[in-house]
Design a protein around this ligand. Structure first.
Ligand code: SAM
Length: 277
């Protein structure tokens, strides 16, 4: 059995983010199931506005911007002088560009967050939402974020708990879809709610740490299958991976159909770059 975390494997990342469709399907399945938890992009934008000395005239970088959900909320709430939307995937940047309409001052950059093509102290705010866990060495990514922050600037790091969606491990194992599901490492194992503060370099000081439990009620096994078809966590039998209908049939053959409950904690950490001048 592979013990690697699928989120840190480059092949899985290419599958996940090689087109915007898979992330969009995963997000839709989760949103449809969500029963509690505030919209994350709006919370990030509000927290940033509350902790930035002045929101206007700022340079903001949204690292691992994905399809641009957080970039859009930051642009609308903060009205920055410039927002840098950075992602390793060209497909994600293309989607973000299409989803953020209007004349917001956004510069799209394809780059690896381990080596940002930005000058030191270039940004007032850097945001890394739901992306640090794609690195095997998230500490080096956060150090890179600190490098591009000006003294007094703010980093907003957002991740999920290591136990996120664990109920689905039981379901997948119980249905015989992946008998090793319970032993598979969390997708969030490198950067999760529990270790996020330990990833900060000495130059970043925590100013806000908040955990919020998000709950999800999938209506039935078909709804769960829509999510399972987009997660790289499990090793499904040949022909099932990525096919929600085939996954639904297998689940229904082994389990009684009905609602399925799952949960995840979302953690927000805001840290200020020490002003050493
Ligand atoms: C779940 S999406 C992020 C969603 C987005 N931050 C939001 O709030 O809507 C994760 C993103 O991290 C990006 N990513 C993964 N590894 C990366 C790396 N090494 N450098 C830059 N971006 C990376 C992926 O391409 C993907 O778009």
């Amino acid at each position: 059995m592979s013990t690697a975390n699928a989120f840190t494997r480059s092949t899985a990342q290419r599958e996940l983010y090689g087109s915007g469709a898979r992330l969009a399907t995963r997000t839709r399945a989760l949103h449809r199931a969500k029963t509690s938890g505030r919209p994350v992009a709006d919370v990030i934008a509000e927290l940033a506005a509350a902790h930035l000395p002045t929101a206007s005239g700022t340079v903001v970088a949204d690292i691992g911007c994905g399809r641009g959900t957080t970039s859009r909320a930051l642009t609308e709430r903060l009205r920055p002088r410039c927002l840098l939307a950075v992602d390793a995937s060209v497909a994600m940047i293309t989607d973000a560009r299409a989803r953020i309409t209007g004349d917001a001052p956004i510069v799209y950059l394809q780059a690896d967050f381990h080596r940002l093509p930005l000058a030191g102290a270039a940004c007032d705010l850097v945001v890394a939402a739901f992306c640090l866990y794609h690195s095997r060495d998230p500490r080096s990514v956060v150090a890179e974020l600190a490098r591009v922050l000006r003294p007094g600037g703010l980093a907003a790091l957002v991740t999920k708990s290591a136990d996120s969606y664990q109920a689905l491990d039981h379901l997948v194992a119980g249905a015989g879809l992946d008998p090793d599901a319970l032993e598979r490492p969390s997708l969030y194992s490198t950067a999760h709610s529990g270790n996020l503060p330990t990833l900060l370099p000495p130059s970043l000081r925590t100013v806000h740490l908040e955990h919020e439990r998000h709950t999800f009620d999938f209506t039935d096994l078909g709804h769960v299958a829509a999510y399972l078809a987009t997660t790289p966590k499990y090793e499904l039998p040949p022909g099932l991976a990525g096919d929600p209908d085939a996954i639904t049939s297998r689940l229904r053959a082994r389990l009684p159909d009905g609602p399925v409950h799952a949960a995840s904690t979302v953690t927000y950490l805001l840290a200020r770059k020490e002003d050493t001048t």
